[in-house]
Design a protein around this ligand. Structure first.
Ligand code: HEM
Length: 382
């Protein structure tokens, strides 16, 4: 057994760079080997998988689990950005094994490609309305200021059945999740519970109400609301930044509406919204790439590095993860991003970037979060 090589660069650092500049730590991680050791933001070592085949094995490994109950005992859950343990708060993102599979079965039929396709017209209409309202506010608008957050939240809330007069509340709650103040985060969680309650209220016809009828027996109302929170928050967190890169590229390259599907996939591969998987932990001693990891070792997959590996064969990438925790919203996300490209091309044919593409800047927010354009100034009417 060998030790994993230690890499001194910090892959969790905050960075600001232009849209074309690569994330500075990725090449160093990949060059160091398939499994590398780094300093974890919450203290102590963490292991990052940089090799695709190893990543795909780890993502189905029975002893590499999501439950934060297996996090290093020295980690402060708040600094580490961990959710409550699966026992305290069952969730798709914290359960493992059969309990996770049961919950996935409850969600899966609601988020299939076919089910999502039935929302395509409605999603295009929402995109068109929001952009039309925005275009009326000025010649040049910054699509990252509000639209990038509002559009994905409007879509996921509409699909779930959260009344759309609550979108401002949803935007405020999502923004408060970044706060260092535990009280503000607590306030945001209370707001999410209210939003979920509104979707479940008498007469609710969205997917939240359908989910209530499908979850395993024993899931309480507050637990159900937490599941709906997960969908709203996950539905915004990743789609919001991806929308900026997508529109920037679409306005620069002007793809035909018929090319939208491939264009969205390629943009997501190049500007991956979730650069790492969420934290996983070993629940027993595990051997990976010849390295012995003791129980409670924190492990991440470097999705961004793997997606951008120049030696990678063309094929399904890791943008939406792999294995039992593969993204529940992958179809919804791609549908709404495709709709946006099509609506911009057909409804705003003269739209163009108000600054040169190469001058656009992005920020990595630090930790395991991805990057987002700092601004996207656009002239929607040309
Ligand atoms: C471009 C947009 C998106 C990207 C790149 C993305 C990416 C991912 C990734 C990589 C994972 C797996 C994480 C891991 O294995 O640790 C994941 C899981 C998840 N995503 Fe997404 N996601 C996106 C949009 C959405 C949307 C719109 C929803 C809402 C329906 C959503 C809901 C979820 C949920 C609930 C999980 C947890 C699944 C589980 O653990 O079983 N995602 N996503």
């Amino acid at each position: 057994m060998t030790e994993a090589p230690y890499v001194g660069v910090d892959p969790f650092a905050v960075t600001v760079r232009t849209i074309g500049e690569p994330q500075p730590a990725r090449a160093a991680l990949r060059a160091a080997g398939p499994l590398v050791r780094v300093d974890a933001p919450a203290g102590g070592p963490a292991w990052i998988i940089t090799d695709e085949a190893l990543a795909r094995r780890a993502l189905v490994h029975p002893h590499i689990v999501k439950d934060p109950a297996w996090a290093p005992v020295s980690w402060d859950p708040r600094t580490a950005g961990l959710e409550p343990t699966a026992a305290a708060q069952p969730s798709l993102t914290t359960l493992d094994g059969p309990a996770h599979e049961l919950l996935r079965r409850a969600h899966a039929p609601l988020f299939t490609a076919r089910r999502m396709a039935s929302y395509a017209g409605r999603i295009a209409e929402l995109a068109h309305d929001l952009l039309t309202r925005l275009a009326a506010t000025g010649e040049t608008v910054d699509l990252m200021a509000d639209f990038a957050t509002r559009f994905p939240l409007t879509v996921v809330c509409d699909v779930l059945g959260v009344p759309l007069d609550r979108i401002d509340q949803a935007i405020a709650a999502c923004r408060s999740m970044y706060s260092d103040d535990p009280e503000e985060v607590g306030g945001a969680m209370a707001a999410f519970a209210e939003l979920a309650g509104a979707a479940l209220a008498e007469g609710g016809h969205g997917l939240a109400a359908e989910l209530r009828d499908r979850v395993p027996a024993g899931i309480t109302e507050p637990q159900l609301r937490y599941l709906i929170f997960t969908l709203i928050y996950a539905g915004q967190l990743t789609t919001d930044p991806s929308l900026g890169f997508l529109l920037a590229r679409a306005l620069d390259a002007a793809p035909e509406p018929s090319e939208a599907e491939a264009f969205v996939r390629e943009t997501l591969r190049r500007h991956v919204p979730a650069p790492f998987t969420l934290w996983r932990f070993t629940s027993a001693a595990v051997e990976l790439a010849g390295v012995a990891l003791p129980a409670r070792s924190p492990v991440l997959v470097d999705i961004q590095g793997i997606n951008l590996d120049p030696g990678r064969a063309i094929g399904a990438d890791l943008t939406f993860g792999a294995g039992p925790h593969y993204c529940t919203g992958a179809q919804l996300a791609q549908l709404e991003l495709r709709a946006l490209v099509e609506v911009v091309r057909t409804g705003f044919p003269r739209a163009r970037l108000a600054v040169p593409y190469a001058d656009l800047r992005q920020t990595d927010f630090g930790g395991i979060q991805g990057s987002r354009l700092t601004a996207l100034p656009v002239r929607l009417r040309g």
